[in-house]
Write a protein of this length. Sequence first.
Length: 397
Amino acid sequence: MFVFESGNVAAATAVRLARAQVVAAYPITPQTPLTEKLSEYVDRSVMEAEYIAVESEHSALALCIGALSAGARAFTATSSHGLLYMAEQLHWTAGARLPMVMCVVNRAIGAPFNIWNDHQDSISQRDAGWIQIYVADHQGILDAVIKAFRLAEEICIPVMVCYDGYYLSHTYMPYDVPEQSAVDAFLPAYRYRHTLGPDRPTSLNTVTLPGGRRDIHGEFAPGYMELRHSLDLEMKRAVEIYTRIDAEFAKTVGRGGNPILQTYRCEDADYVAVALGSMASQFEDVTDTLREEGLKVGVLALSMYRPFPGEILAAQLAGKKRVIVFEKALSFGESGALYSDLRAALYSCATRPIMSNYILGLGGRIYKSSDFCEAIRQSVERDAACGDHMGWIGLGR
């Protein structure tokens, strides 16, 4: 069934279809309409769940940790400073291997205070142990949230589904809502393997010694370092697992096929623009415009950012003349985080492309298709002797 609604409603619809049992919520712009819609679903008995309004984002995630540990499928959402307020609990959720799903509706970080969009909030938490998925449109939001529950519960690692504040959260687009029966067939009921209860008392996440030791059953129990090693290995497996999950989603629902990245006119491209989120969809028109000028340009939209799919990206981009990374976040004193990760992934390629990095859109700064066109033209004009390059778009406006 096709509907015409906002991105926040698309996310809420996906949570309802996933049959989340506990929703912990604290309002923050531009996420608030998402949890408001979920409260409406619960109030109207459209969704069978406990909706719990808490006093802070820290408490929201703490409540979800308790709900997940007790065997309930849980969900929350946040933005900007709300995500930062959760920081302690983000690490706790990942370290405890709890299969959480959370929507991050991307918004700038203060100071100075700013309610507009960029990616600084979620990018700042890229090393917290959560899988990060970025989506480009409303259909992507709905599908990614449903698939994220399946991924989180299969691999026992929490997942952030990130989408742009206002550009996606508040705009309206048509998208297809699958039947509940199809989602039920794809996403089985949540069964947590370590569920707590009166008949299963357990002490979880106690102080862990530097080295391993034997547990009460005489079996070797890993130490802190082994647990981190395990999380890293399982995180890297998420690329393969999410690809399989997407294929199953396609069989059940009829959509899918490119869960890690999407490309447009990249096969014969000499120059490839790379971006996260809704910005990537704007590049298709840019690509067509530059192709008419004789520039063989393509675009690659990265969907899964953590774990970083370096081998897949290297296979796509090795041999190109130049890769141009556009991003709405900055690792201060270095470069854009995506650019840095991608540069490292391409380092060992025998035919490594020259790279450019452009920072733009911070704090909601307007960017236009003409800005992208001009940045790509400038990058093309820089020959190999100029080497890698970093620039900013929109300063002084």
